[in-house]
Design a protein around this ligand. Structure first.
Ligand SMILES: Nc1ncnc2c1ncn2[C@@H]1O[C@H](COP(=O)(O)OP(=O)(O)OP(=O)(O)O)[C@@H](O)[C@H]1O
Ligand SMILES: [Mg+2]
Length: 392
């Protein structure tokens, strides 16, 4: 079965496409309004729109993916997304079946909150924002005290990734840094589960007037010269879109520095971005820092001095040391205000992490803190990794 869709930005038609449900892919695509296309989308050819739809869909690696698709009655994550009109709570794009006279006012998830009545909304239909919720961790949009919030669960029994989010929030507030999403911890016991699990929640930072454009989209908006780092390319792409280069650099460097201290191994290009006004298309500035869950050695044992320097990172450099190399002003983070190893151990134990895990977290954090302070003092990391001096 084939169906015609219009890619909409609120009530503005942006492109037309044909979706073939038998092949589970768009087979034709035509831009109608090039300036409103998602930045990564070429104006012609179906390949770009298929990548865009795939990136907007739940990843197949999501915990409980098969059960979710079965409950939703969807054959695939893409189909689930299309059942839900491609709507999202992070931006104002959606996919309107061409023969249906739907309006943004009638369908958007910010204002129409029928989806908010239960935690697990696996049914098909046109009202769940979870069909476009990316990322591997189990998570749901909820409405709490009248506010839309994201609720995330961790992978392991102790919910360490959630505690990490709360710890990162503590770090940012102690630094006096304002542009981050505040995560809180909660215990959730769901029907059929014998015990409660740790979850974290944070308020929605997007709205009908502020949409998130991921760093990936910004990155893809212009060609990266071979001799330019991802870090510098992102900054110059932001500047080309009209943002204040100094402000972008300042936040990116702060983020890289705190990610190093927190050993965040997941700062990929969909884990930071910028905010845009969807009506005027004006770029506002860096989005608040979010998603620091995969940090604080959540999947690592206590490491020795050599191994601690080899931790891999996904986008802004191959290793943590390579990411730090891009930072021009290390004074953006005040090392004296970072939690001490002992405070850190207590924080994790108080929030339900086992003593054994808390010990491994603290051993690694203590080593990172020392390296971090060395870096701020000398501009280099003196490492024992294979005798390599990580001069930056
Ligand atoms: N508070 C928020 N307000 C608006 N959008 C958000 C918020 N938190 C997360 N998002 C969006 O939801 C996506 C998934 O959330 P998040 O990155 O926290 O999940 P994750 O499972 O940890 O992801 P990953 O695959 O990076 O591990 C984000 O990439 C972002 O687009
Ligand atoms: Mg993420």
């Amino acid at each position: 079965m084939k169906r015609e869709y219009v890619l909409q930005h609120k009530d503005r038609p942006v492109a037309e496409l044909t979706y073939d449900f038998d092949f589970n892919a768009a087979t034709s695509f035509k831009a109608l309004d090039e300036k409103r296309l998602p930045l990564s989308l070429p104006p012609h050819g179906a390949r770009g729109i298929n990548d865009w739809i795939e990136n907007r869909s739940i990843p197949t690696t999501r915990k409980g993916f098969r059960e979710l698709m079965a409950k939703a009655g969807a054959a695939s994550a893409r189909e689930y997304l299309l059942f839900n009109l491609g709507l999202s709570l992070t931006d104002c794009y959606w996919l309107r079946p061409k023969d249906e006279p739907l309006t943004w006012g009638g369908v958007n998830l910010f204002a129409n909150r029928e989806w908010s009545d239960s935690l697990v909304r696996a049914r098909g239909g046109r009202s769940t924002p979870d069909a476009s919720l990316s990322g591997d961790q189990e998570k749901y949009w909820i409405v709490c005290g009248g506010e839309i919030c994201l609720m995330k669960f961790g992978d392991g029994a102790d919910g360490q990734q959630c505690v990490n989010e709360a710890f990162a929030s503590l770090v940012h507030s102690r630094q006096g840094f304002a542009n981050f999403v505040q995560y809180g911890l909660t215990a959730v016991r769901r029907e059929g589960e014998p015990i409660s699990r740790t979850a974290c929640t944070c308020p929605l930072f997007t709205s009908e007037n502020r949409e998130l454009i991921s760093a990936y989209e910004v990155y893809a908006s212009r060609k990266k010269p071979n001799d330019t780092s991802v870090h510098e390319h992102f900054i110059s792409a932001c500047a080309a879109l009209g943002m204040d280069q100094k402000e972008i650099r300042s936040q990116l460097e702060y983020q890289t520095l705190t990610d190093f201290a927190l050993t965040n191994t997941d700062r990929h290009l969909n884990n930071f971005g910028v905010l845009r006004d969807p009506d005027t298309l004006e770029y506002i500035g860096p989005a608040p820092i979010f998603d620091t869950g995969n940090s604080m050695s959540y999947n690592l044992p206590a490491l020795d001095d050599r191994a601690i320097l080899k931790i891999k990172t996904p986008a802004l450099g191959a290793t943590e040391a390579a990411c730090l190399k891009r930072v021009k002003d290390a004074s953006r983070v005040d090392a004296a205000k970072l939690p001490t190893p002992e405070d850190t151990r207590e924080f994790y134990i108080e929030n339900g992490v086992s003593e054994e895990r808390a010990a491994a977290i603290t051993v690694n954090y203590k080593k990172k803190l020392k390296l971090f302070k060395d870096f701020i003092r000398t501009g280099s990391i003196q490492g024992a990794a294979g005798g390599i001096n990580h001069r930056l």
